[in-house]
Design a protein around this ligand. Structure first.
Ligand code: 3UK
Length: 505
């Protein structure tokens, strides 16, 4: 961990510094409606900080944010942090009941919500005892009016380095989402350890992230990485479709692009060929990038995709491929700043070639989950964060993903990773997506069962037998699915991860 003074507010480093460093007139954020310069970001976030006080918020109160990606996002997020108020970046795609749970759980005092999303929370607003204010952001706009009347100067709250700066809600594969508390130093540390050395970010970079700011991945890509170096971020409030991403690339010529595997695959399938010609690197995270997708992308666009794994708990990527040493189909190698171990169920270290749970030590781990002592203790064990992900490490230090610990099961005494079987299924041309779970056969023994979404709708004659043989040939005789069921879509979390537990009997 690099040295931080005891008294430290992340907004000083991320926001205010840029004006004294001469970037007042430079674009910090560009959305389809406006450009926000660094000078305007400082002034508007100061107004937002003053607004927190005017609303009666006090230090450590929580401000829930259900916001589309526009220039108002960093204004509100940093306005809160400046005031010592704790912003909670929430997924914009949740249901009314999920918002009820989170707003009650967090006891947020104020909700900042984009106008188009208001209808989803309206039915519950009156019944939330801790919520004192709802501020609408966007057209017809409450926020801009309220902010504009506030002074443009503000003295930063004298927070300390070890103090909670913001929360994210971690969805996990099962159970209710957990408020994950991050410290003031964590944002700069993700930039120092990952984004600067691995991506070489600098002030001339233009960042485009398909992942939204409410997701830890997007918060880094689209906000804290650019702010850490004085670069420019392109924000897109709508759905990140392939057409939209290519259009933004041609318009803004980003130097770095951040996507997720399914979108890379969809962008390749879209047939577009223009990325604006300035891309230096692309990043993929959220789930494992299939080898074929990485290779096809690099061939078509002549730029590498650096697959890396990150989590809400560790804030950003802690294991990654690096430029010039990419091995598609893996999550790459360890890099300085994070210590990695693979351990068995007893916590003993495993050697190369053995499958174990990945545990990580680094300065960006969350302080813990809000009001969840048992879960906090299981995930954050002393200095080591347990990821719940299984990996295998090669002799030359490359890590290959093997699925979640909780989804693994044994067939004839041998571990089966659903992920491995799914990858084999997806590598067949007829299969778009697949999920594999254990199911009991006639003798009550567990065997793999597959749910597949097909590329072209209906199953052709003999397809199931073909798929079984295909899996047998690629991953081993006992792992093939004994049953194959065609479905329209797979159950997924809000961040797009398959919920296998919902498919188990
Ligand atoms: C899975 C991956 C294989 C893995 C995230 C980058 O995804 C992020 O955070 P979440 O909390 O999910 C964490 C879990 O997602 N995963 C993420 N990346 C990969 N699996 N290969 C990958 N490259 O199960 C992990 O435990 O939603 C990603 C940066 C910040 C993030 N929060």
């Amino acid at each position: 961990m690099s040295d931080y003074p005891r008294q430290y507010n992340a907004a000083a480093d991320m926001v205010d510094r840029h004006v004294s460093e001469g970037r007042a007139a430079k674009a910090a954020f560009i959305d389809p409606m406006r450009t926000l310069t660094y000078g305007e970001l400082v002034a508007e976030s100061n107004q937002a900080a003053n607004l927190m006080g005017a609303l009666g918020l006090r230090r450590e109160d929580r401000a829930a944010c259900i916001l589309l990606d526009t220039c108002d996002y960093p204004v509100i997020f940093w306005g809160a942090i400046k005031a010592g108020v704790v912003p909670i970046a929430l997924n914009t795609l949740l249901t009314t009941e999920q918002y009820r749970y989170i707003l009650e759980d967090s006891r947020a005092r104020v909700l900042f919500i984009s106008a188009p999303l208001l209808a989803v929370v309206e039915p519950i607003l009156a019944s939330l005892p801790h919520l004192a204010h709802t501020v609408v952001v966007g057209e017809g706009d409450d926020f801009t009016v309220k902010r504009a009347t506030q002074p443009e100067s503000f003295t930063l709250a004298d927070t300390v380095a070890d103090e909670v700066a913001f929360w994210l809600y971690s969805s996990g594969s099962t159970g209710m989402p957990k408020g994950t508390k991050h410290l003031h130093t964590s944002v700069m540390e993700t930039c120092r350890i990952y984004a600067k050395p691995i991506l070489g970010i600098n002030e001339d970079d233009v960042f485009l992230s398909a992942a939204k700011l409410f997701f830890a991945y997007g918060l880094g890509n689209g906000m804290t990485f650019p702010l850490s170096v004085g670069g420019t971020a392109i924000l897109w409030p709508e759905r990140p479709t392939p057409d939209a991403m290519f259009q933004l690339m041609q318009q803004h010529k980003p130097t770095l692009y951040f996507g997720v595997p399914t979108l890379y695959a969809a962008m390749l399938a879209s047939g577009h060929t223009e990325t604006g010609d300035n891309l230096r690197a692309c990043v993929s995270a959220g789930e494992a990038l299939p080898e074929e997708v990485g290779k096809a992308w690099e061939k078509r666009f002549e730029v590498e995709i650096l697959d890396g794994i990150g989590s809400t708990e560790l804030l950003h990527i802690f294991l990654s491929n690096r430029s010039g040493a990419v091995r598609y189909g893996t999550s790459g190698q360890a890099f300085a700043g994070y210590d990695l171990r693979l351990v068995d169920d007893d916590g003993s270290d495993l050697g190369d070639g053995e499958i174990g749970e990945l545990v990580v030590r680094g300065p960006t781990a969350a302080e813990g989950y809000w009001n969840q002592r048992a879960k906090t203790r299981l995930t954050f064990r002393g200095e080591w964060t347990h990821t719940g992900d299984k990996y295998i490490r090669s002799a030359d230090g490359y890590y290959t993903y093997q699925g979640r610990t909780d989804d693994m099961f044994k067939v004839s005494g041998i571990w089966v990773s659903p992920f491995e079987v799914e990858s084999a299924l997806i590598s067949h041309a007829a299969v778009l997506e697949a999920a594999v779970v254990p199911a009991e056969d006639d003798e009550g023994l567990l065997k793999p069962k597959a749910f597949v979404v097909l590329q072209g709708g209906a199953a052709s004659e003999g397809l199931f037998e073909t798929l079984k043989a295909h899996v047998q040939a690629s991953v081993g005789p006992w792992k093939y699915p004994r049953w194959v069921e065609v479905v329209e879509e797979l159950p997924k979390t809000a961040t797009g991860k398959i919920q296998r537990f919902k498919l188990r009997d």
